[in-house]
Design a protein around this ligand. Structure first.
Ligand SMILES: [Zn+2]
Length: 205
């Protein structure tokens, strides 16, 4: 008769090898990498946040931004883009608008009037990004120190019928198209009833 097994051997558990020095170093290095990555991510997020905050303030109504699709007229005194125009330009444009309307020309709409320096700088940076070239961008968007929009001395008008009317009759009020490549951009450039000076090719000249 076989003896009952009274004392079976305890199962042998595999022992976990203690981390070697090299392994500890690897773990520490990984930890450093993760911390560095998280810090980099935080920096990028902070920059994105700062950039979008800057964009938001550059494109605010207080900065003179008129969102696309918003109809603004020369009568909109509560809009910074209109209120901060040079009073002489605004008065001349309003007179021109009244006479144009009497002749059946559609109402003038302002797509851009006074702009803050920050808004002008944003426009320039946006144009540089779009054209991929500072010189080309400069032909369409003036630098903040040169822009007549920043000083309130220029206004952009649509629709085309209003532009054509101003090109033909603007000089009566001293209003001229000043850049050949911007048929919407008008400024005071002669005496009322005078002759408009030759247009500059673009905003760089
Ligand atoms: Zn303009």
């Amino acid at each position: 008769m076989p003896h009952p097994v009274l004392d079976s051997p305890a199962p042998v558990l595999p022992t976990r090898p203690k981390p070697s020095g090299a392994r500890r170093l690897t773990l520490a290095a990984l930890g450093v990498c993760v911390v560095t990555l998280l810090a980099a991510l935080a920096t990028v997020l902070a920059q994105v946040n700062a950039a979008s905050a800057a964009t938001a303030s550059a494109l605010s109504a207080e900065a003179g931004h008129i969102p696309e699709g918003t109809v603004v007229t020369l009568a909109d005194d509560h809009v910074a883009a209109i209120a901060r125009l040079d009073p002489a330009l605004l008065a001349a444009m309003r007179q021109a608008q009244a006479d144009a309307t009497a002749e059946g020309v559609p109402s003038f709409q302002v797509t851009s009037g006074w702009r803050s320096e920050a808004y002008q700088r944003w426009l320039l940076e946006d144009a540089v990004e779009r054209y991929g070239d500072e010189a080309i961008a400069g032909q369409f968007v003036a630098t903040p120190d040169k822009s007549q929009h920043v000083t309130g001395e220029a206004v952009d008008i649509v629709p085309l019928d209003a532009q054509l009317w101003l090109m033909e009759h603007g000089a009566r009020y001293g209003i001229c198209q000043t850049y050949a490549n911007e048929r919407w951009h008008f400024a005071l450039a002669t005496q009322p009833g005078g002759v408009c000076p030759a247009m500059k090719p673009d905003a760089t000249s």
